[in-house]
Ligand binder design. Sequence first.
Ligand SMILES: [Zn+2]
Ligand SMILES: [Zn+2]
Length: 313
Amino acid sequence: MSFPTEVPGSGYEIVVFENKFPSFRQAPPEPAVDGTDIMSVKPARGVCEVVLYTDRHHTTFADLDTSHITNLIEVWTDRYNELGALDYIDYVLIFENKGDAVGVTLHHPHGQIYAFPFIPPIPEKELESSSEYMKATGKCLLCDVLSFELDDRRRIVAENPGFVAVVPFYARYPYEIHVIPRCHKSALPDLDTGERQWLAKMLKTVTCGYDHLFGFSFPYMMIMHQAPTSQGDFGHYHFHIEFYPPYRTATKLKYLGGCESGGGTFINDTLPEETAEKLRAAVGRGFSAGALLPNSCAVVGKGERGGGAGGSG
Ligand SMILES: [Zn+2]
Ligand SMILES: [Zn+2]
């Protein structure tokens, strides 16, 4: 067994430490070159952390039990709060790269946290759209998207009282899944105890479902999109978790080509309605997301709309 030196031995549940090869540092060196009017430079001030999910080396996220995942969600929440409170941090990006196919070098179940001194472009674009939609309609964009998906049902992969997993209408990867809270929450600290448990069950369901899809441990990138921690009102933004698996069949990887990398436009040759159906079947062979119980503030589809359920709160 060869543990990389930064991994402690055993006898811990979840460990967080600073990345040994950080892209950002709390005390960064001066930029290597001087900036100019057209080429500006800044010190790479931020924080990069590694989160070891468990001390069991030969496991993956999908092997964690839901109470362990609930504790992990509390760790993520704590790191979001603590790093976000630093005055030079505008955005806390929590993510996991899993599997050789996405270039993982540390073979121990782990995720990462990048605390950015700016809002990265993909969340920034989502924030813009969310804010514009709120201004135009007075409603939350993702609450409405979720309501649309719950009405349509064809792209739903799994649901429980707290969360819905869906292959979004606008999926870029064939087996992309977004995990969306039914209640309007902007970031992890907004979740209550019950929602943290429902999220743990949903993440277990999705990761087990992925492993059952083609019968091997399924690589993915998992990215949390939360409200920024910079100054501003981000109450319009709806937290969610995106999974990007690189496989488009059991044996073929999706490579980003010229159209994706240079044109910024994803070509997806599968229908989300069809991949969602396969994922539903795979989820059915794995861990169950939990019984459907009533949840008073949950977003529901028009067809299932009864008294009292509202879009946002
Ligand atoms: Zn919402
Ligand atoms: Zn997103």
